[in-house]
Design a protein around this ligand. Structure first.
Ligand code: 6GU
Length: 245
């Protein structure tokens, strides 16, 4: 799978060399290309921004460097499945929420690119223009504001990349995770069984696999109800046929 990232801060993406994703890159499972937006400017100051039409605070990223950079990325795209444009993710707090389902869907694509904006954003016309070459997705990590799309792109690349077959050594560890079944993960413990007067829940030492599974499930439900009433509501909502879960 191939990722491309366009940014004015390519240094931000350097951490993709380390840990699990770094190993996956060296093994050829994922391919990451980072592009400097300023390489697609031609003036002395390598200008990427300008003042907003209509006035207001801050600066807006100019359309033309983005078009040139994205044309460069599109030209390097591996042949996608028939009738499928490569995906262009635009990280922005005004996008649609990025979820585990989004990560799963994007992990099936051959080529996912990221347009990391800074300042007040990118000239809106770029997104309509880019639709000709990409399936454009404006995506948000959550309801808070980051200074730019780079950290968001890193988070999304990690969430997507770890779902690519072979990247995570034990594929079973992907199944029993928070958000995969609509519930939060159960608590985990390791040796020693008593640590600073704190005991591991005795059921986990019982050797009764049925009891352990039931306890873990009830912990998942309790945590989800307590910490994420939004997820709990969706989990307990009747299915489309009115069936209970
Ligand atoms: Cl995806 N991008 C930016 N710039 N800020 C964010 C975000 C994304 N998600 C939450 N805040």
């Amino acid at each position: 799978m191939r990722f491309d990232v366009v940014t004015i801060f390519p240094e931000y993406l350097a951490v993709l060399d380390v840990s699990l994703l770094g190993k996956a890159r060296r093994e050829g499972l994922v391919d990451v290309h980072v592009h400097h937006l300023r390489d697609f400017t031609f003036d002395r100051h390598r200008t990427v921004d300008d003042t907003p039409y209509g006035g207001g605070a801050g600066m807006v990223m100019k359309a033309e460097p983005w078009a040139l950079a994205l044309e460069h990325v599109a030209a390097a795209s591996p042949a996608p499945a028939v009738g499928e444009r490569p995906v262009l993710v635009v990280p922005t707090p005004s996008g649609r929420p990025f979820t585990q389902a989004t990560a799963r869907e994007l992990a099936r694509r051959e080529h996912v690119s990221f347009a990391c904006g800074r300042y007040e954003g990118i000239d809106e016309r770029v997104f309509g223009w880019a639709e000709e070459r990409f399936e454009v997705r404006l995506v948000s990590l959550g309801d808070y504001v980051l200074n730019g799309g780079e950290v968001a792109a890193l988070a999304m690349i990690e969430a997507i990349g770890r779902l690519v077959p072979g990247v995570v050594g034990n594929p079973e560890s992907l199944v029993e995770e928070s958000h995969e079944d609509g519930l939060l993960e159960y608590p985990v413990y390791t040796k020693p069984s008593v640590w600073r007067d704190r005991e591991v829940p005795p059921v986990l030492l019982s050797g009764d696999h049925g009891k352990v599974a039931a306890w873990r499930r009830s912990q998942q439900e309790e945590r989800t109800r307590d910490r994420r009433p939004d997820l709990w509501g969706a989990f307990t909502a009747p299915g489309p046929d009115g069936s209970e879960r």
